[in-house]
Design a protein around this ligand. Structure first.
Ligand code: PEP
Ligand code: MG
Length: 891
């Protein structure tokens, strides 16, 4: 017979899959001889069978009978007894904590007969009737699906009738009348009596708790927390103990360390003469746990003993729910407690100091996500604020500034010393100048991998994107949102961690951890305002240093400028994994590309290239100097040419309405029309452009070579690597390689400086991954471009899908997270794996990295470690996070 029930004494903490978190920990505590009320757990397997078959498995009823009888025998009380009845609670408890999302029913076993037995047992008639009315109220709402308001209204009515201010003022007689009223509500609403048979109550409550796994709110919570829907919940049936049996009873919650700062000590709340739900409902104010020491020193000592026992056993912060019944302590729940990011780092390192865990374990407990929360400036949590709208949090941080609607305004206002938020319908490469000077970026369109999001993340600038309620009217200098009109110059605040947009100023506080990762330990400690912040900076430093010590993968950065490279290097980057050279052609330099495209003959083309050479050489010299001694991967120009040309429609209109069109405009229009593509991201970009627009790649290679020579001659140690984008066939790479080697040889010959520059390519098309064994013949290294690889594997346009339909896909479970954010290990990951295996089959030592956005994503980093990459490359901001995650992946 399948076993659907596990006695507490038979389980342990490692069986969360089957027993849920609560059940597993109750079992563990039972086996530690801690005072846990007798009980058993109905396993998640029962819930899964229930979901599959639509009814409770018949074996479960039998097993429940056996387990209940065992409790009855242990305690010497029976469910529904006239004297001293056994009552049980039926509590949900899934593998992953889903606080408040599912149901719990207390006091099962009370009926018209056993309420008298409870009076006898407790010696307190009021308590017995109050327990019975609580049962009908909760059971009615949760199990029978009756509107809870009906009970609440009846309770209020009764209170008003007898002049009671709170529930506590109701007498036993009042509660007895209320029980009658509640039972009538049950009959009116369901057409049947409140079930009197305890076993029927129990079975119905179990079924209701199983059903609560699939309520809308539980599903929504799981989607947000990325908890699979098919796990199912366990159900714990536990004999009731009462914290509301007078002043020697009570209930509380405690933590073995402060879950908000991590400080060691005893933290918690206690509420005398109350049940757990009273604490949650906040009806009365709780007392600090220290007061329990005065009220009931014996129970307090027992609790301290249990806390120490549990913390030692779990070797981590535990939170504990307890009840004291007439001076006897009972533990109702424990778990490794949730904690803030700051507390996570502090607790982990302090447990190392107490020799309870090793540094390897410490880093497994400090995630990159938690570290990233410590890096961003934040809005002062206590400050008032006025919410305007909420959109996609695309690049974290907190920014406050004046609204500016274009580059010109952004530059003008920042030159005048203002802080600005660039507000655009969407951004394109032309907005870069504005984005660079802005404190934050807000767009009405676009998803997390839209241009605005990627660029903002790269720069560490706070961004909120896809705020669909915004109507950005740049021409009028207005932004309209929910009927309000804001103007350029008005102050707004955006929260890149939550996606919230506020009107007016919200105070921002600085993070000393950010100062630490950017400028070192001394600076971080100096920036820390108090001993707590200093302890935190020290803890983060220890964790990061250990991660660096154990990680196998290197961490590089995606940087397009010397400034970015320097910033990333200070944060621990060990090279540049991607310099997107197309970003160096924006702004004023766009005209050079325009000239190149429009060149009607070789001379004109050469002149355009010659003009670009010194600019590019300076770009690369700056970058290579900033990364002196470290590998610096420079990618040849990638995106479609149309991004550098004027908008087709605008230009066509300009030419059409002009009485005498400018001949340059006419020529430009012809070129733009010629180059226009329906799907530019699948069009003439990357290596395709290099092979069809003569001289452009050669120019870049020459600039790299000359910059290298220049630095070598100055005694520096530049280490460039040349990377070719969007390769799909080995022949493409071969052609580019031939040309690049020729240019490198020329520069080397003319300068007398030997140049040994690795030439590799991006693997960002499925064909490249699948033919990696061929491509490797021509490549000195591979870097996986998982942005394009995701785009082309799924056939999702990375610029549009998040806005278009990801919300629906996340809602209906096709996706649990955007594959542009966390690598789709099954699909895109399979291609990465194929690329790794293919490449290394041809060249066993082939150097492999990743430079798509996923290189900075914690979960994806673990995948890249497992698949055997040599490095990840991510935005400067994420470098410390990637260092930590690469370390965590290695232990
Ligand atoms: C990629 O496609 O993953 C990549 C890094 O290139 P880009 O984002 O510039 O297309
Ligand atoms: Mg790409």
């Amino acid at each position: 017979m399948t076993s659907y029930v596990s006695r507490f004494r038979d389980g342990d903490k490692d069986q969360k899959d089957l027993l849920g978190g609560k059940g597993a920990n109750l079992a563990e505590m039972t086996n530690l001889d801690l005072p846990v009320p007798p009980g058993f757990t109905i396993t998640t397997a029962a819930c899964r069978a229930y979901m599959r078959d639509g009814h409770v498995p018949p074996e479960l009823r039998v097993e429940v009978t056996l387990a209940v009888r065992e409790i009855e025998d242990t305690i010497g009380r029976r469910l529904g007894d006239f004297h001293e009845p056994l009552l049980v609670s039926v509590r949900s408890g899934a593998k992953f904590s889903m606080p408040g999302m599912m149901e719990t029913v207390l006091n099962i076993g009370l009926n018209d007969a056993s309420v008298k037995g409870l009076t006898e047992f407790s010696g307190d008639e009021r308590f017995a009737w109050d327990s019975y009315r609580r049962l009908i109220q909760k059971f009615g709402k949760t199990v029978l699906g009756i509107d809870g308001e009906l009970f609440a209204a009846a309770l209020d009515e009764r209170k008003a009738a007898v002049g009671a201010v709170t529930d506590v003022d109701l007498s036993a007689q009042d509660l007895r009348v209320l029980v009658q009223t509640f039972k009538e509500i049950v009959v009116e609403q369901t057409g049947r009596e409140f079930p009197q048979h305890p076993r029927e109550q129990l079975d119905m409550a179990i079924e209701a708790v199983l059903d609560s796994w699939n309520t809308d709110r539980a599903r929504l919570y799981r989607r947000r927390e990325r908890i699979p829907h098919d796990l199912g919940t366990a159900v714990n049936v536990v004999s009731m103990v009462f914290g509301n049996l007078g002043e020697t009873s009570g209930t509380g919650v405690c933590f073995t360390r402060d879950p908000s700062t991590g400080e060691a000590g005893v933290y918690g709340d206690y509420l005398p003469n109350a049940q757990g739900e009273d604490v949650v409902a906040g009806i009365r104010n709780t007392l600090p746990l220290s007061e329990l020491e005065v009220l009931d020193p014996v129970s307090y000592d027992a609790l301290r003993h249990a806390m120490r026992r549990l913390e030692t056993h779990y070797r981590d912060l535990c939170d504990i729910e307890f009840t004291i019944e007439r001076g006897k302590l009972w533990l109702l729940q424990t778990r490794v407690g949730k904690r803030t990011a700051a507390a996570a780092f502090r607790i982990a390192t302090e447990l190392v100091d107490e020799s309870l865990i090793t540094m390897d374990e410490a880093i497994t407990r400090c995630t990159g996500d938690k570290l990233s929360q410590l890096l961003f400036p934040q809005f002062d949590a206590g400050a008032a604020r006025q919410l305007l709208t909420r959109a996609m949090p695309a690049s974290p941080g907190a920014a406050v500034g004046e609204i500016v609607l274009d580059n010109a305004q952004a530059l003008e206002r920042t030159a005048a010393g203002a802080h600005v938020i660039l507000v655009r319908r969407e951004t394109n490469p032309d907005d870069l100048q504005g984005m660079i000077v802005a404190d934050g970026v807000l767009t009405a369109r676009g998803g997390k991998t839209s241009h605005a999001a990627v660029v903002a993340r790269g720069m560490g600038t706070c961004a909120v994107v896809g705020a669909e309620e915004l109507d950005v009217d740049a021409a009028r200098g207005e932004v309209r949102v929910r009927g309000e009109v804001l103007h350029a110059g008005d102050t707004i605040a955006i929260d890149g961690a939550t996606g919230e947009v506020f009107r007016g100023e919200v105070p921002v506080v600085d993070s000393p951890v950010m100062v630490y990762v950017s400028d070192g330990l001394d600076a971080g400690l100096a920036a820390a305002a108090d001993p707590e912040a200093r302890a935190l900076v020290t803890a983060v430093d220890r964790v990061l240093r250990h991660a660096d010590h154990v990680r196998r993968m290197h961490v590089r950065t995606n940087a397009d400028s010397a400034d970015d490279a320097r910033r990333a290097r200070a944060r621990g980057a060990e090279g540049v994994g991607l310099c997107r050279t197309e970003h160096q052609f924006l702004g004023d330099r766009r005209q050079y590309i325009e000239r190149l495209v429009l060149a009607s003959d070789d001379d004109a083309r050469q002149a355009a290239l010659d003009a670009l050479l010194p600019l590019q050489r300076d770009d690369f010299a700056g970058l290579l100097e900033a990364m002196d001694g470290l590998p610096t991967t420079i990618r040849l120009i990638d995106p479609p040419l149309h991004e550098f040309l004027p908008d087709l429609t605008e230009l066509a209109v300009k030419v059409a309405v002009a009485t005498e069109p400018d001949p340059t405009d006419v020529a430009l229009l012809a070129a733009v029309e010629r180059m226009h593509e329906q799907n530019p991201m699948l069009g003439l970009r990357g290596v395709r452009l290099g092979l069809t627009l003569p001289g452009l790649f050669a120019l870049q290679v020459r600039a790299i070579a000359e910059a290298t020579v220049q630095l070598r001659q100055a005694g520096r140690d530049p280490r460039p690597e040349i990377m070719v984008p969007l390769v799909g066939s080995v022949r493409e790479l071969q052609l580019v390689r031939e040309e690049a080697e020729r240019v490198l040889a020329e520069v080397s010959a003319s300068s007398g400086v030997p140049l040994d520059v690795p030439i590799g390519c991006m693997i960002e098309l499925p064909r490249a991954a699948l033919t990696a064994h061929r491509i490797a013949e021509e490549a000195d290294f591979f870097s996986f471009g998982t942005n394009d690889l995701t785009q082309t594997t799924w056939g999702f346009s990375r610029d549009d899908v998040e806005r278009a339909f990801f919300a629906d896909y996340l809602q209906n479970g096709v996706l649990t997270i955007s594959p542009f954010e966390t690598l789709d290990a099954d699909g895109v990951g399979a291609l990465v794996r194929a690329g790794v295996e293919g490449g290394r089959a041809t060249k066993p030592g082939l150097h492999l990295g990743v430079c798509g956005e996923h290189g900075g994503d914690p979960e994806s980093i673990h995948f890249f470690h497992d698949v055997g990459l040599d490095y990840v490359s991510c935005s400067p901001f994420r470098v410390p996070i990637a260092r930590l995650e690469a370390g965590r992946a290695a232990v």
